[in-house]
Design a protein around this ligand. Structure first.
Ligand SMILES: Nc1nc2c([nH]c(=O)n2[C@@H]2O[C@H](COP(=O)(O)OP(=O)(O)OP(=O)(O)O)[C@@H](O)[C@H]2O)c(=O)[nH]1
Ligand SMILES: [Mg+2]
Length: 130
C-alpha cells in the first residue's frame, strides 16, 4: 500500500493547542485532529504545512519546528505524519472548513478522542510540558 505523506501542525500558544474535529464522512471521521493535510507531489513538507494551515485555519505559519515523524497503518490506509510545532504564526486560527475547533490545554488533550497515530504526539507534548 502506498504511504500517504501528511503535514500536521501542532499550533501552540502558552499551554494551549488548537484542535479541530474531523467531519464524520472523512477517514478517521468524528475524531479530533491537529490541522494539516496531504503533501502534494511538488511540495516540500514545510510548504504543505504552510498551505494547509492557511487553507484550513487561516494563519500564516512563520517558523515551524519539526517535532516528530509517525508512520501508522490504519489497515485501510498507511500514513506518514510529519508533525511540526507551530508557535510562531500571524493571524488568529479560525476554522475555514466548518469544523468545530478550540484551544485545549495540553494537560486536557488526553480527554479528546484522536486517531490512533496521534497518541504519541500527545504523550510527547505532555512530556515537554511537565
Ligand atoms: N490533518 C490531520 N490528519 C491526520 C491526523 N492524524 C491522522 O492520522 N491523520 C490522517 O492523515 C490523513 C490526511 O489528512 P487530511 O484528511 O487532513 O488530508 P487533507 O487535509 O489533504 O484532506 P483532503 O483529502 O480532504 O484534501 C488522513 O488519513 C487522516 O486520517 C491529524 O492529527 N491531523
Ligand atoms: Mg486536513
Amino acid at each position: 500500500m502506498k504511504i500517504v505523506d501528511v503535514a500536521v501542525g501542532v499550533i501552540k500558544r502558552q499551554d494551549m493547542i488548537y484542535v479541530s474535529k474531523r467531519a464524520d464522512t472523512l477517514h478517521q471521521g468524528g475524531l479530533w485532529e491537529f490541522p494539516g493535510g496531504k503533501k502534494e507531489a511538488d511540495e516540500t513538507i514545510a510548504q504543505a504545512l504552510i498551505r494547509e494551515l492557511f487553507e484550513e485555519v487561516n494563519i500564516q505559519v512563520l517558523n515551524p519546528i519539526p517535532l516528530m515523524v509517525i508512520e501508522h497503518d490504519y489497515g485501510d490506509k498507511k500514513v506518514r505524519l510529519d508533525v511540526m510545532l507551530v508557535e510562531e504564526f500571524s493571524g488568529e486560527p479560525s476554522s475555514q472548513e466548518n469544523q468545530l475547533s478550540r484551544w485545549v490545554k495540553i494537560a486536557d488533550l488526553a480527554q479528546y478522542d484522536f486517531p490512533a497515530a496521534n497518541l504519541s504526539i500527545i504523550e510527547k507534548l505532555q512530556q515537554l510540558a511537565s
